[in-house]
Write a protein that binds this ligand. Structure first.
Ligand SMILES: C[S@@+](CC[C@H](N)C(=O)[O-])C[C@H]1O[C@@H](n2cnc3c(N)ncnc32)[C@H](O)[C@@H]1O
Length: 216
């Protein structure tokens, strides 16, 4: 008999601290036969007895593994950092298996936390990722937003961000580096216009580039 395939559950797990994991995320993780986890999330839900598979960096490879487990009728749960709707494995999973075969449990995004820490709304923010490579974007595209969140953590991110600020966006902006949000070592600091090429950043960092008048 062919096993009935279950929807893949994609769970947003927040930016790190346990108190930002929702009860809905915990309930979804508890249903898992198979948990797909990144290195950063590997210690979440220690009580869950599901098979744990590292999501790794081979996207096609992990999609094939998900397909195989799902074909066996097992409940696959994918854990995503923050919210699955912002730069996560959710998109390739949904593209491959279809929206009708996935259920998304939202999480609290690191982007939400960063803007909340500054008491700024973010419905008009531009969110770009420098996580894997330099974003392909132009100042003309970014400037109207007034609030730009650069997700990153690579060593070369500060260099790219500095170039954007100095050579493209021009003056009138402030740059805030938000590191390890919600973790005990959380740090938010402003970086001066001449400083960015040298400042070190955590591998978990968001750089907010905000128009000066919005922070006055
Ligand atoms: C692959 S993206 C995933 C974003 C995630 N879906 C979200 O909603 O937060 C990973 C990036 O999120 C940001 N990030 C995640 N957790 C963070 C934290 N606790 N503090 C600062 N930035 C964080 C960093 O920019 C990191 O490089």
């Amino acid at each position: 008999m062919v096993a009935a395939k279950k929807k893949i559950i994609i769970v947003g797990c927040g930016p790190g601290a346990a108190d930002y994991i929702t009860p809905a995320a915990e309930a979804a993780a508890a249903k898992a036969d198979v948990l797909i986890v990144s290195q950063r999330l590997k210690d979440l839900f220690p009580g869950c007895r599901a098979e744990r598979i590292d999501s790794g960096t081979d996207v096609d490879g992990i999609l094939d593994i998900i397909a195989a487990r799902r074909n066996e009728g097992r409940q696959v749960v994918l854990l995503a950092m923050g919210d699955p709707g912002i730069f996560s494995l959710a998109r390739p999973v949904i593209d491959r298996f279809g929206r009708e075969n996935c259920e998304v449990i939202p999480g609290i995004s690191s982007v939400q936390i960063a803007f909340a820490r500054l008491s700024l709304d973010w419905q008009d923010a531009r969110i770009i990722s420098a996580f894997n490579s330099n974003p392909e974007t132009t100042a003309a595209d970014l400037r109207p937003a007034g609030k730009i969140a650069v997700l990153g953590g690579r060593e070369s991110d500060p260099l790219w961000t500095a170039g954007l600020l100095r050579k493209q966006l021009g003056s009138g902006w402030r740059l805030l580096v938000c590191e390890d949000l919600t973790h005990p070592n959380e740090r938010i600091r402003e970086v001066g216009a001449d400083e960015p090429t040298t400042f070190p950043v955590s591998t978990r960092a968001i750089v907010l580039i905000i128009r000066e008048e919005l922070l006055s």
